[in-house]
Design a protein around this ligand. Sequence first.
Ligand code: UGA
Ligand code: MN
Length: 396
Amino acid sequence: MPIHYSLLFLKCYQSVKTFVWSLKSLRLPTSSSNVDDDKQERCQEHKVLLTSSSNFSESETMFGDKLESQALQKGCEEDIEKHCRRCIGYPTMRTMNKLKKYGMYTLFFMFIFVVVFQFSEDVRQPAYPVFKRSETNQTNRMIIVVTPTYKRMTRIADMLRMANTLSHVKDLHWIVIEDGNKTIPAVQDILDRTGLPYTYQAHKTALGYPRRGWYQRTMALKLIRSNTSQILGQDHQEGVVYFGDDDNSYDIRLFTDYIRNVKTLGIWAVGLVGGTVVEAPKVVDGKVTAFNVKWNPKRRFAVDMAGFAVNLNVVLNSDAVFGTSCKRGGGAPETCLLEDMGLEREDIEPFGYEKTKDREIFVWHTKTSTPNIVQSKKNQTKPVPPPDTFGYFVEV
Ligand code: UGA
Ligand code: MN
């Protein structure tokens, strides 16, 4: 329902104006010492009429409308009201009526305004505050997000989405490692525009490592250990490390409500991963006893990279990195890293399990599909040239 605030404001303004006017016209009784006898007499007439009326509200009406016009007809001067007030001894009924009437209007509109204002808050709010920074308190704990990234047609779009999300989180340092020989200006521009502190370096996957971001995360862990104070900044004494891939979909609350509060090892549900709709820790009496996963559930930590974060102290107190393989993980690197950090299942702090139903997923293991680029059918014998980007930057 559209609400016309301007109209409402105008109405309220008019009512308040009238109310103030009514107050102004309300004058206190003055001394009757110099009252003109003739006028005094006429006023007495009114008074008699007024008091003779049995019903007070009727007399109010009479005095307010009928009697005054009678008085004016009788040749009373403009200040009849003033003299009558002297006779009767309190502000004229007409003024009182106006005061009551417009005062009631004012109160009524003020009440309506307050009610409408209160209940229309959701409607008036533009969409973005839903995603505004929900943390108001200053925190001394920095979130360190590690993101491996590499050139592909959809990368700028993926990084942009992630940047838009992270820019809503404060006290966050974003470490982005380019799987390549050099950093890419378009990526750097995105990082600049987040307004976040960040580190962007290029480390091409070394020989023997799978090309899946493992080497880049290793380089990031080394960077964190060698440049801890620069990454934390002056205002932060603590940190939490999270491996956030560039193609996932993140709820801001993942950072503000979960990651920020990780004291050792935080674990939560991940959507659309591991060949199923959701992978989640199985929690009994606040402790993780197993993992609700389809793929390789026997792992000590059967969790996707997106589903955990570790306190910076855990990282600093170990030299664990991503190796070139992880047999215990059946090929997935997560459990190897966490085990190498000296962590046990008892160390897990589960997040987001408290409700028994309508539980929310704060991170989704999405993947942007590579678009099917339609190529010209002519000259098929020659190598296909890259599609025209008309001067726009696309990593083709
Ligand atoms: C899944 C997990 O979610 C990853 O955390 C894990 O590293 C990966 O499996 C694995 O196999 O080890 P998935 O979605 O299949 O990830 O992989 P991608 O999202 O394609 O890659 C993971 C990260 O590595 C991304 O940030 C991606 O940009 C980066 N990557 C990938 C590179 O830096 N270089 C590559 O050649 C490929
Ligand atoms: Mn991915």
